[in-house]
Design a protein around this ligand. Structure first.
Ligand code: AMP
Ligand code: ZN
Length: 712
């Protein structure tokens, strides 16, 4: 294939992928299978790697992220980002309407556009000639952070537009996290023993500021647009702008409506106050905007907000009921959560609420919550309903303050409370059943050993039957032990037992997990703070669990992205004899505890001969791609310059401190071009590209392949 053919092929793939991305993420109407999409994407990705000269920041391959930003630049918005005045009642809305009409002159016809108020993080996007140029957070309204690299990973934000868009314009919207994704992330964090996010809004705005854009890509954020800002805009109405933006490829929810009277505004509010609970994302109100752009400009702005729009906030639902009892749950890390059992159940947010969070001992004491009290329950922005107060006046004479438990309700061990933390913990990590179950569930989870039939229920049944005490015990299970075993299904009261087929499937899945590569095993064993990305980096650096276990603190810190917190956590993990024993057992059972020298490895070159490299600054390709090239050719990535570093690859805008340190230590500083020349003796042996990507590209790279599976 000639160079021009390659270029054409790249452009064709980009266009096609952009179209399918749109059908999938904006329209929610995919026409090709996920597999077809993935194949096309990895084909494009491998072409782009071989021909970096055709790189384009709006390529669909950029959606998986990879660029790391240590500090976001502050940028001034092209147009100020105003906030909205809030109203909470029909009266306040009527006042707004009266003000608008008075300002515009009696008798003038006013239409309003009604929109949902999406509860997320506001974002401003600038497009130039139909390409995403920049994405900014709101900041203080005058200036915000440039988060373009992260925004590119949000699939519903078009990187390239279609139709008759203006040459330059800004568009505003809200980055939101669907409730289902929010719950998935929190469940995973619970399994990993991390603290939980309070609500989707916080998680969405936190995600926009993550340094590692591939992490953002994994969050499945969505972006809903609601406002086109352009001085010379020729579209006469807000409603028309929404329709146009939709045509250009933006995700603009179909729920907006034009209202001709206040009555219609109230109807819309009444409808959505209930219907919002069945939307996939959270809304905290509606926004009422004057439809005519000409009227909007006559009304203008106050110092803070437009005079032509106002928000109406739904009131958080609050109900009162009786606190029947308090129960205490033991989490996977041993954390104790007090839960209120309510009777009768109350209807909130479209569901019947029987239980509510009491947070922790301090909260119970602060509100003086007691069993038998009439309590107020609210479901606000938080997903989990909470007790917000007590009706002291109806408290009975003989009630007494709640005394918090002192011992684990499951295993009876005395609870501990760590300085400065609000929660109590059960310290019996090895024998407390919920903690054992949590670790095994994590071990079996999809991103770890992927033992599919080992969900929460089955793990629970196996632990209760004393067949499992740790994850290594999984490999001692066989058909005989499992067949006929009873599984308690407390939710519907029915009992089930393991049947032939499910036993066979489980045994096979456990057996197959012995083929799971070392980097995922390392994630599965659940070292605190070692998530899947860190596990991958550690596995590639040390190559075997033995080498990792023998590593000193200094050595650990040399690994890319491993800081002190992680290094210490690894050291303390392996300092525990029980963990060492368990790993010895895994090894005995044939679980992968080192990187296998299989096909993928064999296909690598050893041009870089095990030398260590630090990359710093910006390059024409993403830093992750550069690091992959280093590994692919037998080099090692290290995070900081030290006496044992061989090369520093200096990119654009590299920090001067690093350069100086490297110079002082006599480390060779090379440019991206020089590095490319070092590995090119091999690359140039492949003048023609092959139809199928060669074995050394992403297909053999578990990291990227895995990501693509979960992302598309
Ligand atoms: P507040 O943060 O309470 O001042 O509300 C103003 C914010 O609501 C805006 O900055 C937007 O981020 C957000 N918002 C959500 N949905 C809409 C919408 N349909 N129209 C305008 N603003 C919206
Ligand atoms: Zn316990």
């Amino acid at each position: 294939m000639s160079r021009t053919d390659v270029k054409e092929e790249i452009l064709r793939l980009r266009e096609e992928l952009t179209h399918h991305n749109y059908l999938y993420y904006v329209k929610d109407e995919p026409v090709i299978s996920d597999k077809e999409f993935d194949d096309m994407l990895s084909h494009l990705s491998s072409l782009e790697r071989q021909y970096p000269q055709y790189d384009d920041p709006t390529s669909p391959t950029r959606r998986v992220g990879g660029e790391v930003t240590s500090e976001f630049n502050t940028v001034k918005h092209r147009h100020r980002m105003y906030s909205l005045d809030n109203t909470y009642s029909r009266e306040e809305l009527a006042e707004f309407d009266a003000r608008v009409r008075k300002e515009l002159g009696e008798g003038e016809k006013v239409d309003y556009v009604l929109e949902l108020k999406y509860d997320g993080a506001s974002i401003s996007l600038t497009y130039e000639n139909g390409k995403l140029k920049r994405a900014e957070t709101r900041g203080d309204g005058v200036q915000g952070d440039d988060i373009t690299v992260n925004a590119r990973t949000i699939r519903s934000i078009p990187l390239v537009l279609k139709g008759d868009y203006p040459p330059v314009f800004d568009i505003r919207g809200e980055v939101i996290l669907p409730v289902e994704e929010f719950e998935k992330i929190n469940t995973q964090r619970e399994i990993d023993g991390e603290s939980l996010y309070a609500n989707p809004r916080n998680l969405a705005s936190g995600s926009l500021k993550l340094q590692d854009s591939s992490e953002v890509a994994r969050r499945h954020l969505d972006c809903l647009l609601y406002y086109v800002v352009e001085d010379s805009i020729t579209i006469p109405t807000q409603y028309g702008c929404l329709e146009k933006a939709r045509e250009w490829g933006f995700k603009v929810p179909e729920y907006s409506k034009v209202a001709h009277s206040l009555g219609e505004v109230y109807e819309y509010i009444e409808h959505w106050d209930k219907a919002r609970h069945s939307l996939p994302y959270q809304t905290d109100g509606i926004v009422i905007k004057v439809n005519s752009v000409a009227q909007q400009s006559r009304l203008g702005y106050t110092a803070k907000s437009p005079r032509w729009a106002v928000a109406y906030k739904f009131s958080p639902e609050r109900e009162s009921t009786t606190l029947e009892s308090i129960s205490y749950q033991v989490g996977r890390t041993g954390a104790i959560t007090p839960v209120a059992n309510l009777n009768p159940a109350v209807a909130l947010g479209g569901t019947m609420v029987r239980r509510a969070s009491l947070h922790n001992a301090d909260q119970i004491a602060r509100l003086d919550i007691r069993v038998g009290d009439t309590v107020y329950v609210e479901k606000g922005g938080e997903i989990i309903p909470k007790i917000v107060g007590v009706d002291i006046s109806s408290r009975s004479e003989d009630s007494s303050p709640t005394s918090y438990i002192t011992h684990c309700p499951v295993c009876g061990t005395r609870l501990v409370r760590i300085e400065g933390e609000a929660l109590h913990y059960c310290p019996n990590d090895t024998h407390c059943p919920p903690q054992i179950k949590g670790r095994i569930e994590h071990f079996a989870s999809r991103k770890a050993m992927d033992i599919e039939s080992l969900g929460e229920q089955n793990v629970s049944a196996l632990v209760d039957a004393h067949l499992l005490e740790s994850y290594a015990d999984l490999y001692t299970l066989d058909y005989k032990k499992l067949i006929g075993l009873t599984i308690d299904v407390s939710t519907d009261g029915k009992k089930r037992s393991f049947q032939k087929r499910s036993v066979e499937r489980l045994v096979e899945a456990i057996n197959e997990s012995k083929n799971i590569p070392f980097e995922r095993v390392l994630y599965a064993i659940g070292i605190r703070y070692v998530g899947d990305t860190t596990a991958r980096k550690l596995a590639r650096y040390f190559k075997s669990i033995d080498a990792l276990m023998a590593a000193t603190r200094e050595e650990l810190l040399r690994v890319d992205e491993v800081g002190e917190k992680i290094a210490d956590s690894i050291l303390s993990y392996f300092a525990d004899e029980r963990h060492v024993e368990e790993i010895a057992r895994l090894k005995e059972y044939g679980v992968q505890l080192e990187i296998k020298n299989d096909m993928g490895e064999a296909a690598k070159s050893n041009l870089l001969g095990g030398k260590s490299y630090v990359v710093s600054g910006k390059f024409s390709i993403s830093r992750d791609s550069l690091k992959e090239l280093i590994e692919k050719h037998g080099g090692r990535n290290v995070s900081s310059v030290s006496a044992s570093t061989d090369y520093l690859i200096a990119g654009e805008a590299m920090g001067p401190a690093k350069a100086l340190k490297a110079q002082n230590l006599g480390i060779k500083i090379i440019s991206e071009q020089e590095f490319m020349a070092m590995i090119s003796s091999q690359e140039e042996n492949v003048p023609e590209i092959q139809e199928e990507p060669p074995a050394t590209t992403i297909e053999t790279n578990a990291h990227t392949a895995d990501e693509q599976l979960s992302l598309f």
